[in-house]
Ligand binder design. Structure first.
Ligand SMILES: C[S@@+](CC[C@H](N)C(=O)[O-])C[C@H]1O[C@@H](n2cnc3c(N)ncnc32)[C@H](O)[C@@H]1O
Length: 212
């Protein structure tokens, strides 16, 4: 991970946050709680929670990354951005700790967001991700997923094909996911796709809503 001013830093997060903000402005009006999965450097959490001050933004990441994530989160000192907690989507129970209510297995959120994580996780982790979403998203709540996808088995750009190969060279379990496969898993977990937004640099912002 790279650092800037002693904080973990991702240039991609800087580059994509304004485009993501446009989609959030359309969809997050009715949300007062949001769960972020794979928060990474905390740049998204810090940026968006400062703009959406009425949203309680709970960021999470793997145990191995959560202390780094908290370096930036604790520096923001925003009351709607609590300390990030550890979450691996493969955990049988997502014990989503909150400073106010302790460990809560059944905690539900108005919205759930993740960026650039589905191609890092293994395919079985992606399935576990969607099962956890179904448990922790309230009825008619929103799931917003940012990242690159393939369509009908094809990459949307040559650079995404190269990126996929680079990912697989590092970890054969990772790789850019097929949109159709992801959306089938989403449907199985009571999520209806409402938008597929083309984003800069050959990424997408997929938005689902939960049906009961
Ligand atoms: C490429 S980084 C993206 C970070 C950040 N969301 C961003 O856009 O800059 C992928 C993130 O997914 C997280 N991640 C990987 N496997 C995970 C899992 N099984 N459960 C939860 N998070 C996971 C990593 O720790 C990492 O923070």
């Amino acid at each position: 991970m790279k650092f800037n001013n002693s904080l973990p830093y991702s240039q991609a997060s800087e580059n994509n946050k304004i485009a993501i903000l446009k989609v959030f402005k359309q969809h997050l009006k009715g949300s007062s709680t949001l769960l972020e999965i794979g928060g990474g450097t905390g740049q998204h959490a810090a940026f968006f929670s400062d703009i959406f001050k009425t949203i309680h933004w709970q960021s999470t990441d793997l145990t191995s990354n959560v202390n780094l994530l908290n370096l930036r989160i604790l520096q923001t000192n925003l009351s709607n951005l609590p300390r990030a907690t550890a979450l691996d989507v493969n955990q049988a129970d997502w014990k989503l700790k909150d400073e106010t209510d302790g460990d809560v297995k059944n905690r539900k959120f108005d919205s759930i967001f993740t960026a650039n994580s589905l191609h890092i996780m293994s395919a079985s982790s992606v399935e576990n991700f969607f099962q956890g979403i179904a448990r922790h998203l309230r009825g008619s709540g929103l799931l917003l997923v940012y990242g690159p996808f393939k369509y009908s088995g094809s990459f949307t750009s040559k650079s995404n094909a190269l990126f996929d190969q680079w990912l697989k060279d590092k970890d054969p379990m990772s790789g850019i996911r097929d949109f159709e496969w992801v959306n089938t898993i989403a449907k199985t977990n009571r999520l209806q796709l409402i938008e597929d937004n083309a984003m800069p640099a050959n990424n997408q912002m997929l938005v689902w809503t939960k049906f009961e």
